[in-house]
Ligand binder design. Sequence first.
Ligand code: ZN
Length: 104
Amino acid sequence: MRIQSNKKVIKNITTACSCDGCGKVVKTNYLPDNWFHFNSNHCGWGNDSVDSIEEYDVCSAECFIKVLKNIFKKNPGCILDYDSGEIAEMPIKFVKELIKKYEK
Ligand SMILES: [Zn+2]
């Protein structure tokens, strides 16, 4: 027999999305149309690779490029040091080439 009791459970739910590029906030529990969600990570040895996973939401292509540039600025010595690094499932070497195109 299973004995049940009545307990309150606290659950985190999404109430808004904010753009990691420009800070725009939309009160919704799902990613708005035309927004993009992506991760950065690397497959380096051990727990480092799990800890390396970061998630981002952006509202536009411009904000996507801005976030890529910010990852490169704030993250020397981390994802950039791993050949296995990926951002939005793009190999880190490809992302570096992409950033160069938008540096002008
Ligand atoms: Zn934005």
